[in-house]
Design a protein around this ligand. Sequence first.
Ligand code: TYD
Length: 131
Amino acid sequence: MNITYVPFHKKRNDTGNLVFLEENKDIPFPIRRIYYIYGVAGNSIRGCHAHKRLQQVLISIHGSCKILLDDGKEREIVELNSQEKGLLVKNTVWREMYDFSSDAVLLVLASDYYDEADYIRSYDEFLNYIK
Ligand code: TYD
């Protein structure tokens, strides 16, 4: 399946790095919500859902984790470990996050407010939904 990374702008000087991103320019949607996940035990699996409409960009701002993406036809696993790019996860893509390093901080930019009705939390329901 098509894996899309969003590259960010980095400003570097003698004192360190600065990365910035702007909605509707770097991020291909209006950013209505930001959340971050951290302190995840290394053997935990998170996510295990798809969204009907929500789009997200996932950014590993510290440490690393693996992301499994599944569009109902193909599966891909990517390791997220860069502060300089984000992983675009469109709607109707099943995702699982695992192998979090103990220092991992996963930042998520989301195209809409939290809405439990937008979640598809069963894989069978996901396959039915995309048919
Ligand atoms: P969930 O999306 O299931 O987390 P993950 O995909 O990382 O496993 O969310 C975990 C809990 O947090 C769930 O009870 C819903 C709640 N939650 C909110 O209230 N607001 C939010 O913006 C998010 C992302 C989750």
